[in-house]
Each structure stands twice: as structure tokens, then as C-alpha cells.
Design a protein around this ligand. Structure first.
Ligand SMILES: [Zn+2]
Length: 415
């Protein structure tokens, strides 16, 4: 979901709106001013239109507060927040990274509905205050009551137990905590979401056939249904990719072509290719099957450069330093150590330090390790894959270094 207009930054988080929000805003203002508010408060002073505009603005503000709560909690926990977009179905917080544990997932999930329910309480108190003291006989209490009601409905609806709703994220976190398997928890929550979406659609259709206006509920049901399917398939894909080196799932690009080549000259070739400029420098990547998107009559004119993805936009993962003593790791070639790590290794060490390292390396047994070492099995696997190139040539010196690295990786997981 890309925003059509950018509103700016709130608490450092980019906020934008999609054009569909304006459409739903106009419809909502029309519905409130034309029917709901006159029905709720028939004999009061003030303009129903102005009250409806105020109510819709505050409602969108409430949705923004809900999303900001998600995003701020996520950012505090170290997750990357790419921005918030408000649209037809409410708001979307785009998080660049996943939570690292079930508690983080739970906190992010619960922050949104908690904010919405708190806002419902605030608007209810404001409605009572407006009615009794501040502005009796005006439309302000009506606006506040309406906002309290919609926030209450929104908060409760969001807590329904099915992904992609917040309640689904709560279910994910609890299952993750229980069985320790993030992907399995995500798949279960997405399945629950699918059942919930189907129930919403069926219920809305039944209401529509009975003559009730349940069009928007049906739309929400369809949204939940389709999003839960996407969530399930992406969780399944991630389960397949987890702990798998990138090279196992990558497709090697074996051909290249000058980027000024026309599609006709390149031919009906479905394979990806590296495109290069006049001086032979790679400029872009031609995706697989891209040439077939060009109509046959235009293939003589269209050049491959217009179909290629510029190299700076191609998703790439920088290799981490093979000598993981660098902490977070620094960019280096696959299986190689970065400059800082090499420097550390080559620096002369004190004899005492060397002796200590050797004893640590000998005491480490990857098969029958201590309970601490068993708990950090995942870290060890990662350490093992990083040192794979060294393991292929186990000369005594290299073997010692390899063991030493595995040992220090197991130690790192204790922090
Ligand atoms: Zn939410």
C-alpha cells in the first residue's frame, strides 16, 4: 500500500494517505450529516455538516493514533518502521523487520487496540462532560458519543483472533510463546483469520439478503479473507527459507547483454540477464520473462534497459564477516573475514591470552555440549555455516581457529 499523499512525520514516522481514504471520508461525512446525526440528535443547535466533518477528522485521527502506537512500540523494540498509510480499511503500519521474540510481537500487537479502547473511553468521558457542563444542547456530545462508539467497535473488532487483525497477531505471539515455532504460529493465526473472514462474508451476505445495509462489513470480510491467505502463504515461504543460505535459493544469472539491445535482437529468451553499458559496467538486471511483457509490434523499438531493474534497486544481502568476533559483522566476501577481524587475528596476542583460547577451544564439544550450548544450537549452526570454507580444509591450525570461533559463537548467545 503506497501513500498517494505524504502528510509528513509524526514522532519521526512517515505518515501518508491513500486516495481511497478521501473517498470513504466523503461517503462517511455524507452518511453522518444526512442521516445518522439528525437521527441521534434531532433538535439541537449547530450544523450537521460541520459536526460530520469534525467527527470524520477525529475518527481518522483515532486510526492514526492506533497505527502510531503499533509503530512506536515496534521502533522502541528495535524493529525498523518504514511508515504509516491510512486507507479505505483503516491504517497500515509498515515494519521493515520482524520481531525477534514472542513478547515483542505481543507488545506491538496489543498497543494498537489498547490505544483505540483508551480513546473510546476518553471520548465517552468527553461526551458526558459536553452534555452536562461544556456544551449542552449542541452537537458536540453527539460527535463525542459517535467517536466513543466507533472506537469501541474498532478496538473490539481488531482483537478478533485471526490474522491480519491485531487479535491474530496476539494469537501468533501466544502460540509462538507456547510452541517456540514462529512460522507455525503465524500459519495457525492466518488460518483462524481465513475462517473469520469467511464468517464475516457469510454473515454480511445473509444480512444484505435480509434487507440490512452490511456492504462495508462484507468488504472488510473479503479483505480479512484475502489478507489471511497472503499471510499464510508468506509464512509458509519464510518457513522454507528460514536458516537456509541465500545461495541455495538463488538463481544464477548466466548471460549478459548490452543494455541498448532491442527486445527483438535479444529474442524470445525467458532467462534473466545482466545488462551492461558501453564500458562493460553492469547497469541493470533483466528479470526472467521480462521480454514477453513487450507487445510483438514494439519489440523492434524497445531496448532492454527500459525493462531492467537498476542494480541499486536489486535486493541484495551483504555477506557477513566469517570471523564473527566483529559482533554484528561487517561486509566481506562470502566465507571471508572483514578487514577489522583480520587485523584482530593477526595482532600479536599475549601468551596467556593464547593459552586461554586453546583451552576454550578444546573444551567445546559441538555434539555433547553443555545445556547452555544446546540452547544455543541455532547460533552454532550459523557459526558453522560461516566457517564452512575453513572446515573444508582442516589443517591443524585452521581446525583450532574453527573450533575457537564456534566456541565464541556459543558464548555470544549467553548475553
Ligand atoms: Zn492494529
Amino acid at each position: 500500500m503506497r501513500p498517494t499523499f505524504r502528510l509528513g512525520r509524526i514522532a519521526g514516522i512517515e505518515v501518508g494517505i491513500h486516495w481511497s481514504l478521501l473517498v470513504i471520508g466523503v461517503l462517511l461525512v455524507g452518511s453522518l450529516a444526512g442521516g445518522q446525526f439528525p437521527g441521534m440528535a434531532p433538535h439541537v443547535h449547530g450544523s450537521y455538516l460541520a459536526a460530520a466533518v469534525l467527527a470524520v477528522f477525529l475518527f481518522f485521527g483515532s486510526i492514526l493514533a492506533h497505527e502510531l502506537a503499533h509503530s512506536i512500540v515496534a521502533r522502541r523494540q528495535g524493529q525498523q518502521v518504514e511508515g504509516i498509510t491510512l486507507w479505505l480499511m483503516g491504517g497500515v503500519s509498515k515494519l521493515g523487520t520482524e520481531p525477534t521474540n514472542a513478547n515483542d510481537e505481543l507488545r506491538v500487537a496489543i498497543a494498537g487496540p489498547a490505544t483505540t479502547l483508551a480513546l473510546a473511553a476518553v471520548f465517552a468521558v468527553a461526551a458526558v462532560a459536553f452534555d452536562a457542563v461544556v456544551a449542552p444542547g449542541t452537537l458536540l456530545p453527539t460527535v463525542a458519543w459517535w467517536l466513543a462508539l466507533v472506537n469501541l467497535i474498532l478496538g473490539v473488532f481488531n482483537l478478533l483472533p485471526g490474522a491480519p487483525l491485531d487479535g491474530g497477531r496476539v494469537v501468533t505471539a501466544l502460540l509462538w510463546k507456547h510452541n517456540g515455532d514462529h512460522r507455525r504460529a503465524q500459519i495457525s493465526a492466518a488460518r483462524a483469520g481465513r475462517a473469520l473472514g469467511a464468517l464475516l462474508v457469510a454473515g454480511s451476505l445473509a444480512l444484505l439478503l435480509s434487507g440490512y445495509d452490511a456492504f462495508f462489513t462484507a468488504l472488510v470480510g473479503f479483505f480479512v479473507l484475502s489478507s489471511s491467505r497472503q499471510e499464510e502463504s508468506s509464512a509458509r515461504l519464510l518457513r522454507t527459507l528460514d536458516n537456509r543460505p541465500v545461495r541455495e535459493v538463488m538463481r544464477p544469472v548466466v548471460q549478459s547483454a548490452p543494455d541498448w539491445t532491442t527486445v527483438a535482437a535479444f529474442g524470445p529468451n525467458p532467462e534473466p540477464a545482466v545488462l551492461h553499458g558501453w564500458d562493460g559496467t553492469p547497469t541493470a538486471l533483466l528479470p526472467p520473462n521480462a521480454v514477453f511483457a513487450v507487445p510483438p509490434e514494439a519489440r523492434e523499438q524497445v531496448q532492454l534497459r527500459s525493462l531492467g531493474v537498476p542494480l541499486d534497486q536489486v535486493p541484495a544481502r551483504r555477506s557477513r564477516c566469517a570471523g564473527h568476533r566483529c559482533g554484528r559483522g561487517r561486509a566481506a566476501g562470502r566465507g571471508r573475514e572483514c578487514r577489522r577481524q583480520r587485523g584482530r587475528r593477526l595482532r600479536p596476542r599475549r601468551a596467556q591470552d593464547r593459552g586461554e583460547r586453546r583451552s576454550r577451544a578444546r573444551s567445546f564439544n559441538p555434539v555433547a555440549g553443555s545445556s547452555r550450548a544446546r540452547r544455543s544450537a541455532h547460533r552454532r549452526r550459523r557459526a558453522g555455516s560461516r566457517t564452512a570454507t575453513l572446515a573444508r580444509r582442516p589443517t591443524p591450525g585452521r581446525l583450532l581457529r574453527l573450533r575457537s570461533r564456534r566456541s565464541s559463537a556459543a558464548g555470544r548467545s549467553l548475553h
